[in-house]
Design a protein around this ligand. Structure first.
Ligand SMILES: NC(=O)c1ccc[n+]([C@@H]2O[C@H](COP(=O)([O-])OP(=O)(O)OC[C@H]3O[C@@H](n4cnc5c(N)ncnc54)[C@H](O)[C@@H]3O)[C@@H](O)[C@H]2O)c1
Length: 243
């Protein structure tokens, strides 16, 4: 399958180009505004993978729509007008759009939701994340997504159920509580564990990211999946067969 990468000079673009051949994909254009890169893709491209800048998206996706080429959009930060351009293109071509293309995290989100639904509130849920010492925010956005998946699986209100760490004379753990803990240290790229602690057993779902390749591999899997699909907007849940 022939693909073009938009934003090819960037961190994600380089990773995508390096990984593509090993996934059976031929990169026929490396599009970027940086010197030495392509300004366009050839008409025989069969898929576009866009990890560029939000301002670049409307023009690129409109062109792909006019040519009938599947589009995988990783670029984030789109404003309402830019998103409207994506939605308009999706009336003509298949578009996959996700803020996190890591297959592992998307799988973990689904497993977490299903496990929470199956076990119910009798199992106490603790979400533990660890990141490198330079990370400025806590807890991680992914830890929040995982805790929300627990709340969704159980049909609970997320804000009313969730606490962030513990200290002092806290009393017994209330049933249905979802607790998030943030660890920091060293060079850890991103670890997440969702623990379901019952009276007779404990289940742990864990994900450990090692490099940005996790995002690139997911986006390349998505472009292979998107080729030949009906027009519309899809997510990684669709790519992974969850919907
Ligand atoms: N969805 C995900 O899983 C995921 C993961 C990582 C990054 N991202 C997003 O992907 C985007 C790129 O991330 P990055 O870390 O590679 O950024 P980056 O800054 O390293 O690379 C972006 C590239 O886009 C190029 N670019 C800018 N305007 C362009 C235009 N008009 N046409 C073509 N190319 C243009 C830049 O020259 C640059 O080379 C960001 O929006 C980021 O948030 C998404």
């Amino acid at each position: 399958m022939k693909i073009a990468i938009v934003g090819a000079a960037g961190r994600m673009g380089k990773m995508l180009a390096a990984l593509a051949p090993s996934m059976g994909l031929e990169v026929v254009a490396k599009v970027d505004v940086a010197p030495g890169f392509d300004s366009d893709w050839p008409a025989d491209a069969e898929g576009i993978v866009d990890f560029s800048h939000h301002s670049a998206v409307p023009q690129a996706i409109a062109k792909a729509a006019a040519q009938g080429i599947a589009y995988v959009l990783g670029t984030t930060g789109l404003d309402a007008g830019e998103q409207a351009a994506v939605d308009a293109a999706a009336a003509k071509i298949p578009v996959v759009q996700s803020g996190n293309y890591s297959l592992g995290i998307n799988l973990l989100l689904e497993l977490t939701r299903r496990t929470a639904a199956a076990l119910g509130a009798a199992y106490d849920v603790e979400v533990v994340e660890m990141h490198h010492r330079h990370k400025k925010d806590a807890p991680s956005g992914t830890a929040l997504m995982l805790a929300k998946a627990v709340a969704a699986g159980r049909g609970q209100d997320f804000d009313a159920s969730t606490i962030y760490g513990r200290r002092g004379d806290i009393g017994e753990r209330p049933q249905g509580e979802i607790a998030i803990h943030a660890l920091r240290g060293g060079s850890v790229v991103g670890d997440h564990v969702v623990m379901f602690a019952g009276d007779v057993e404990r289940i742990e779902l864990a994900h450990r990211a090692q490099t940005r390749e996790a995002f690139a591999a997911g986006a390349l899997a998505a472009v292979k999946w998107a080729k030949g699909r009906a027009c519309g907007i899809y997510t990684m849940r669709n790519v992974l067969g969850f919907e």
